[in-house]
Design a protein around this ligand. Sequence first.
Ligand code: MN
Length: 223
Amino acid sequence: MSPSYTVFLLAFFVYLSCHAIAFDPSPLQDFCVADKRSQVLVNGFACKNPDDVNPEDFLFSGLDKPGYISPDLGSNVTLVDVHKLVGLNTLGISVARLDLAPNSGLVPPHIHPRATEVLTVLQGTLYVGFVTSAPNFKLIAKVLNKGDVFVFPIGLVHFQYNIGRVPVVAFAGLSSQNPGVIPVAKAIFGSNPPISDDALAKTFKLDKDTVDRLQSEFWTATN
Ligand code: MN
């Protein structure tokens, strides 16, 4: 094997391994049920002793029912991540149920910093989309109906909006045990402590009074 080919192969495998460890790790055992009481700090949770693991560690119940639909946004997202289903620890996956009220129920623009989301509509008519990163900022959007599946790539701003006359029910798979969520409006105008209103006025081409008003609004964790 020529030296240059060896270097190429080496570089290629380094490239592959970098990608392999960039997200939730591949399991090295059947399971690693999260031990929430452990004081050990690792990327995720330490494993519960396998002898103490029981079937309930792998079970979450209740996703057949809609969550509480907030009147302001007309939506609810029930995320079942590792915090609610300890058996998900180290497995790189989670699930969510979305309910959106008829005529304008909204899951506002948000980002999952650690997961791609793949959404399946079970009922209703849902306008969804995501925006690509710089320099194009292209909106990739679609109106979904029952049975449609749409994917939102990791790290991109996306939204879901009920444009129909019936409630929307949808389920999402997410490629992390802990996808996280960054609601855009909440992160910008509802941070604690607040971002400088001068900086936000400049950013959004707004006067400071408008920024101050927006910062004094109540932003839910899902805004
Ligand atoms: Mn989402």
